[in-house]
Design a protein around this ligand. Sequence first.
Ligand code: GLN
Length: 304
Amino acid sequence: MNYSKILNQIELELKEFPNNGKVASYIPELSKVDPEKFGIHLYCISGSNHSFGNSTERFSIQSISKVFGLTLAMQLLGDSLWKRMDVEPSGNAYNSLFQLERENGIPRNPFINSGALVISDILISEYENPKDEILKFVRRISGKPTIDFDEKVAQSEKQHGHRNTALANLMKSFGNIKNEINQVLDVYFYQCSLAMSCEELAKAFMLYANEGTLLESNEQLLQPIKVQRINALMQTCGFYDEAGEFAFRVGLPGKSGVGGGIVAVHPEKYSAAVWSPKLNQKGNSLLGMEALERLTTKTGLSIF
Ligand code: GLN
C-alpha cells in the first residue's frame, strides 16, 4: 500500500474542501487556536510513518485523553469498573445531563464526560497522585517525556466548566462519585488539557493497533482482551451522537476531542491522528472526519 501517495492525494483534494466548521469557544482558551491548522500522521505497524501539514505541532487533545484514563482504570479495577458505568452508545451530546438523571447516575459509557468524570474519581481513589500517573502513562506509550498538561487550558476550563460540575454533582447525589467534586474536576480538566501532536498521538495509539504491545520495545503493556474492549468502545461510543456516522463513513474505532483532533486505529495495520480545529455540529473535527473517510476509501481497508 502506497500510504504516502494516498496522503498526498488527500492533502491536495482537501485544499478545495469548503470547511464551514466552528472552533470550540465554550472553553475560551481553545478559541485562540489558528482555525486553519491541519495535519495528519499515519503510523504503520511495519514501522513506516507518513504525514502532512501541521502534524508535529501540539494541540489540546481534550476528549481523546478519555482513552488513556479508561486504560488506566481498566488496569486498576478489572471488570468491577463496569458496575460504575455502562458500555452503551449514548446517542446524546458528550455533556448531556438528562440521560444521567434517568439512569440513576450511571454514565452510558466511559467516553462521554460523565463516564470520564467517574474514571477520574477512580484514579483519585486508587493512586496517590493521579495526574502524575496519567502523564507517566502517556509519556511512556508515546515515547515522549516532554508531553505535558496545558496549564492555561486547564484553568480556562475550570473557570467555565459549569456543565461538568453539574454532571459530577448529579452523580455524587446518586453515590457514583466518591471523592470531593473539586478534586474530581481538577483531575478531569488536567487530563483533558494534555497537549500532543498528531505524530505523538499516532504513536501512543499504536498500543491499541498493536494488541497492547509497544511497537518499538515489544513490551506487552495491556492484555489483548482489554485492547479489544477499548477498541469496541471507541467504535461504538468514540464520537458521541455521531458514532454511527463515523462507523458508516470511516469504518474504524476512533476517538475525537473538541480541540479538533481525531485518532483512529486499524487493528494490526496502523494508527492515524488528524487535527483540524473547526468542528461540526456534533463537536467532531469536520475536516478530520473527511480526511479519515478518504483514507479508508482510498486504501479500501476497513475493519468491516
Ligand atoms: N474538556 C471537554 C469538556 O469537558 C472535553 C469535551 C470533548 O472533547 N468532547 O467539555
